[in-house]
Design a protein around this ligand. Structure first.
Ligand SMILES: Cc1cc2nc3c(=O)[nH]c(=O)nc-3n(C[C@H](O)[C@H](O)[C@H](O)COP(=O)(O)OP(=O)(O)OC[C@H]3O[C@@H](n4cnc5c(N)ncnc54)[C@H](O)[C@@H]3O)c2cc1C
Length: 352
């Protein structure tokens, strides 16, 4: 959080509470913790301290971060990158060409276009080696509005922000998505997630979202400790629900075109969502990249050296975090190995 705040203008930092899932929650030691329950017995397995951590709505955060840039016309929405070229070799700018035929000349390109990054694909000249890998672990999420204060109360009883279950064949989680008035819990929206091994319960063909996905999850999730089982069973028909296989890519060295083009965030190191590492590394990337550009701008280094140094750090750090996330997933599915997880031993601090 301190690094994230450092990257933002002060007036945006002041508005960060607007992006929180529950803007009126008073944060204390309990709210700044993450409990992990045994999914079979409901007993608390361990509870991590997460000082300063805040659960945000991605939609709200994106809206807040984009506001000024949008108003100044800096963001061009709906552009899909098709290819890039270097007109004047590495001495000149990079020309980006979008699917709608438009072009843009940029001195520097930072590919932050998510796990199936087009920039990554282009950097590797379309080689298979740049393709994201299926992890063998499925991820489902549902956003639910129960319209019933007692059911929301059951979610809040596990924890005021979010809680996790483990040590069964699956990992579950729940939390507050959009808090309404504190005195009217029936108006609150919550969410639950489920992770499981694809080989144990393969997804039927064509089931990935909507009612079919919700029906599938209700039918295949049985015997979870309360209140986690009920949270799934209670989900009203029509609740937004998505299922997908989680993907990873272990970063490796690439030709950054003389320091002109590189990667950050999930484009650089898509990992499984264990231990909240993805966003933390994305923020560190942004900070390190900015430092590298400042260095070049101030004449304290060449772009070749500064961006190569950025790449080397990002690749080493990212590769370690991706591998750790896969190991965490393996350990989380078995009661005999849960205690080996970094999450159990070291908590939620950044991996590197
Ligand atoms: C359910 C869930 C929970 C998570 N929880 C946590 C957590 O608690 N803590 C944590 O640290 N991390 C968490 N993560 C991971 C975290 O969300 C990601 O690591 C983070 O969002 C990565 O940010 P990003 O900007 O690199 O990529 P993204 O957020 O994926 O953004 C990529 C953007 O690029 C755009 N794009 C894609 N392709 C193109 C194209 N061809 N042209 C133009 N634009 C394109 C997309 O539309 C998108 O806006 C979670 C992830 C999920 C799915």
């Amino acid at each position: 959080m301190p690094l994230f705040k450092k990257l933002l203008p002060e007036h945006v930092v002041d508005k960060l509470p607007e992006a929180l899932c529950n803007p009126s929650l008073e944060f204390d030691e309990e709210a700044e913790s993450l409990p992990v329950y045994n999914g079979e017995t409901g007993d608390l397995l361990f509870k991590n301290k997460v000082p300063g951590a805040r659960r945000v709505s991605r939609q709200r955060l994106r809206a807040l971060l984009a506001k000024d840039l949008d108003e100044s016309g800096t963001i061009r929405w709906g552009k899909r990158l098709a290819e890039f070229s270097q007109i004047d070799g590495e001495a000149g700018p990079v020309q980006l060409r979008f699917e709608d035929g438009s072009t843009y000349d940029a001195d520097y390109v930072l590919g932050a276009d998510g796990s199936s990054s087009k920039v990554r694909e282009l950097l590797f000249n379309g080689d298979e080696v740049a393709r994201v890998q299926l992890s063998g672990f499925m991820f489902a999420t549902a956003i639910v509005k129960y319209g019933d204060a007692a059911k929301v109360e059951a979610v809040l009883k596990t924890h005021p922000v979010a809680a996790i279950t483990m040590a069964t064949n699956s990992v579950g989680g729940c939390g507050v998505m959009y808090a309404g008035e504190p005195n009217d819990l029936s108006d609150w929206t919550t969410m639950w997630v489920k992770i499981w091994r694809k080989s144990v319960a393969p997804l039927p063909e064509g089931v990935s979202a909507g009612q079919e996905a919700l029906d599938y999850l209700k039918a295949t999730t049985k015997g979870l400790a309360e209140p986690f089982q009920s949270m799934i069973d209670w989900s009203p028909d029509g609740s937004p629900c998505h299922i997908d296989e989680m993907k990873t890519w272990v970063p490796q060295p690439f030709d950054n075109r003389g320091g002109r083009i590189t990667l950050a965030g999930d484009a650089a190191h898509p990992m499984l969502i264990y231990r909240g590492q993805g966003f933390q590394h994305a923020i560190l990337d942004a900070s390190q990249y900015l430092d590298a550009l400042i260095k070049v701008n101030e004449g304290a280094g060449t772009k070749e050296h500064a961006i190569a140094a950025y790449d080397a750090d990002m690749i080493e750090r990212g590769a370690k975090a991706v591998r750790q996330s896969l190991q965490e997933a393996e350990f989380s599915m078995d009661p005999k190995t849960v205690h080996k997880m970094l999450m159990a031993r070291e908590g939620h601090g950044r991996s590197v």
